[in-house]
Design a protein around this ligand. Structure first.
Ligand code: GLP
Length: 267
């Protein structure tokens, strides 16, 4: 696990966007060999998306041969609801880049048969050869996508009931009214994320510090589902200083030193 610590969330956004751009450009994707990118919603990736849009406008990156899969979507929230993850993704990324509409995949929380929809999603990811790079965020309770505490660490895409903590955390998007927050969602599983060839998680803000401590300093534990990423071969945590508040000083020093040394080696 690589832990990259930046002073603030602006720097995290710029660093993460640059990393994604480098990875896509290095793969040199074509229509026959597209780059398969997993994407999250939430406030954490917004600055990364803003930077990706800026760099796209500068001509540094094209998304013509990128196929995306989003992590999750609420059940029974109309797609055109401003807080649906469909609306979020179009507003914050897709409407501003050159990705073809047919390359965008987001779970349909209004499908007649939700189980079939989840299986279709898994099958489509598989048929394209799997996800190359999965970008993610985490909830304050250490969830990844909507894999709430206690979720199976080998789970695949499925319907999940949201925890009270998540409903409270997401009420800010629904007029702070808990009763307006959907209580179920479709989500990729922890196993779906683990199957990606590389994972980057954006972890910013003091409210994520306890979860970050669990992921970095404690063991794999289904009550902090993101901790499963300790077993991933290529996982990067892109953090800001605030999120490291609960880490030991020694841990922060250790990861900062590693980054410094590896940067010197690359010069
Ligand atoms: C929701 C999403 C997660 C996201 C989390 C954190 O629960 N399903 O994918 O990581 O919110 O959101 P934020 O980045 O706003 O803290």
């Amino acid at each position: 696990m690589r832990v990259v610590i930046k002073p603030g969330k602006l720097e995290v956004g710029a660093w993460t966007a640059n990393y994604i751009i480098e990875r896509i450009n290095a793969a040199n994707p074509t229509p026959d060999n597209p780059f398969i990118l997993g994407l999250p919603t939430g406030s954490s990736p917004i600055l990364t998306y803003e930077e990706l849009i800026k760099r796209h406008k500068k001509g540094d990156i094209s998304f013509k041969n990128v196929i995306t899969f989003n992590m999750d979507e609420y059940v029974k929230l109309p797609e055109d609801h401003p807080e649906s993850y469909h609306a979020f993704m179009h507003k914050h990324l897709f409407d501003h880049i050159d990705i073809p509409a047919e390359n965008i995949n987001i779970l349909n929380g209004n499908a007649d048969n939700l189980e079939e929809e989840c299986q279709r999603y898994e099958d489509k990811i598989k048929s394209l050869g799997g996800i190359e790079l999965f970008l993610g965020g985490i909830g304050p309770d250490g969830h990844i996508a909507f894999n709430e505490p206690g979720s199976s660490l080998t789970s695949k895409t499925r319907v999940k009931t949201l925890s009270y903590d998540t409903i409270v955390a997401n009420a800010r998007f629904f007029d702070n009214d808990l009763s307006k927050v959907p209580t179920t969602a479709l989500t990729v599983g922890v196993g779906t994320v683990m199957a990606a060839r590389e994972v980057i998680l954006i972890i910013t803000g003091y409210n994520k510090s306890r979860a970050l401590r669990e992921v970095v300093e404690n063991g794999v534990n289904h009550m902090w589902t993101v901790s499963m990423l300790q077993l991933h071969e290529r996982c990067i945590l892109a953090c800001d200083n605030h999120s490291t508040m609960e880490l030991q000083v020694q841990t922060v020093k250790y990861f900062n030193e590693i980054e410094e040394i590896s940067q010197k080696n690359h010069k």
